[in-house]
Design a protein. Structure first.
Ligand code: AMP
Ligand code: MG
Length: 418
């Protein structure tokens, strides 16, 4: 009786807005300490320090054409009518220091990418040459520097390569490899331990007895974690036993940068996450003025962020989008934490609970200059298929009870429009 009274009281007094709750979470999240990771692992991660080129890139001058390395001054007057004849004194090969030098009246045969021999200052492409025995007839002039890739043309030694805060994509990996930076300092991908709480749960490989439920949340979370660039660690189903939950959580400590559990955070006496961690003061439980996803737990277990999500499948998805995704992006050192939002015209009424933000599952498409959004089904937090049909969450703000067809709403796009 008294418990119920306390909760009714909390509900009125202690409801946080979505923004307050998100701020409360994000203010307690810090970027993961940088690690020097091999380039393949650093892909997609955020660079933690400015990187500078140690030397010139490229660090030797090379030919941009197959042809002959010459002295520009000697071929200045060359033409088919009055070719300049030079003696071929050697060959410049790719990957080797040229042995020959180009002196007066001399030329060195050169391949694309081969270093420029000493004495030469221009390349004559093979099309403008006629080889006769050990001599070459140059049929066109080639000014100084022509077809030569100079040192430092791409980046000069001491110049910035990639700035801190930049996410390493394909071009950055190539650039760092060129610069000889094989282990750049980056914010690593968080390893996130995923737990499903509930005596009723069975793995999807098992046929549920009457009343049992397949654990879907672990898989929703697995996909969401992968998509945001985190590394899921699947810890499986945990019974509604606080001792068992504590043990599983602590057993995974060495593999965890963060935890996400689903279920067991609402007001029932069997709410296992609360029972396991509330009294220790590690995890705080609060109610957010949102639907779905009202009860949330958040705190730190041995310094690792712990997200205690409600059990309903849609609540899990929405809570991940609203709280966990931005938090993980912050851990990864990213600056843009939020999904893109667009404004769309509703194609049907969407009703929201009084005083709460409603995240309504919608499918958005382009329509002329704007966007239209169609609800994909009912409001129930158990209806995961409504998420599967959607590409966005329409945000119906707390004051709005019914957003009528034809009105405009903000939509968080969680995947591209088709
Ligand atoms: P709870 O928050 O633990 O009271 O769970 C709320 C509802 O979500 C109940 O109907 C649970 O059976 C369901 N549920 C909890 N965890 C899962 C899960 N991992 N997969 C699917 N449904 C779940
Ligand atoms: Mg439960």
């Amino acid at each position: 009786m008294s418990t119920q009274h306390v909760h009714a009281h909390e509900r009125r007094e202690g409801l946080l807005s979505v923004e307050e709750a998100r701020e409360r979470v994000l203010s307690q999240i810090a970027p993961l300490a940088p690690l020097q990771l091999p380039l393949q692992e650093a892909h997609g991660c955020v660079l933690a320090e400015d990187l500078v080129a140690e030397g010139d890139i490229p660090d030797f001058a090379s030919s941009a054409m197959d042809g002959f390395a010459v002295r520009a001054s000697e071929v200045a007057g060359a033409s088919p009518a009055s070719p300049v004849e030079l003696r071929i004194v050697g060959r410049a090969l790719i990957g080797h220091r040229p042995e020959s030098t180009v002196g007066g009246g001399e030329a060195v045969r050169i391949a694309t990418g081969a270093p420029i021999p000493a004495g030469a200052d221009a390349i004559v492409p093979i099309e403008d040459c006629e080889v006769v025995g050990d001599r070459v007839r140059i049929l066109a002039p080639s000014p100084e520097g022509k077809h030569i890739r100079p040192t430092g043309e791409d980046v000069r030694g001491g110049e910035p390569l990639v700035r801190a805060g930049r996410r390493l994509g394909a071009p950055e990996l190539g650039l760092l490899a060129t610069a000889g930076i094989s282990h750049p300092p980056v914010h690593p991908r968080p390893r996130v331990v995923v737990l499903s709480t509930g005596d009723e749960l069975v793995p999807p490989t098992q046929r549920p007895e009457y009343g049992q439920v397949r654990d879907s949340n672990a898989y929703t979370l697995f996909g969401a974690l992968r998509e945001v660039g985190a590394v899921p660690v699947m810890a499986g189903i945990v019974r509604d036993d606080p001792e068992a939950l504590r043990e599983t959580v602590l057993n995974h400590l060495v593999q965890a940068d963060a935890y996400v559990s689903s279920g067991g955070v609402s007001v029932g006496e069997r709410d296992v996450v609360k029972a396991a961690f509330f009294r220790r003061g590690d995890v705080e439980f609060f109610k957010v003025a949102m639907q779905p996803g009202m009860p949330q737990g958040f705190g730190h277990i041995e310094g690792k962020p712990y997200f205690g999500l409600p059990g309903n499948p849609v609540s899990v998805f929405v809570s991940f989008e609203v709280f966990i995704r931005p938090a993980l992006l912050k851990m990864m050192g990213r600056r843009n934490l939020f999904r893109p939002q667009i404004t769309a015209r509703l194609e049907a009424d969407v009703s929201g609970p009084v005083g709460k933000t409603q995240f309504a599952r919608v499918i958005v498409r382009r329509d002329g200059d704007g966007y239209v959004a169609k609800p994909t089904g009912g409001r129930g937090s158990n209806l995961i298929a409504t998420v599967s049909r959607a590409n966005g969450l329409a945000i119906v703000p707390p004051g709005v009870e019914i957003a009528p067809a034809g009105s405009e709403v903000d939509v968080m796009l969680f995947r591209p429009m088709e």
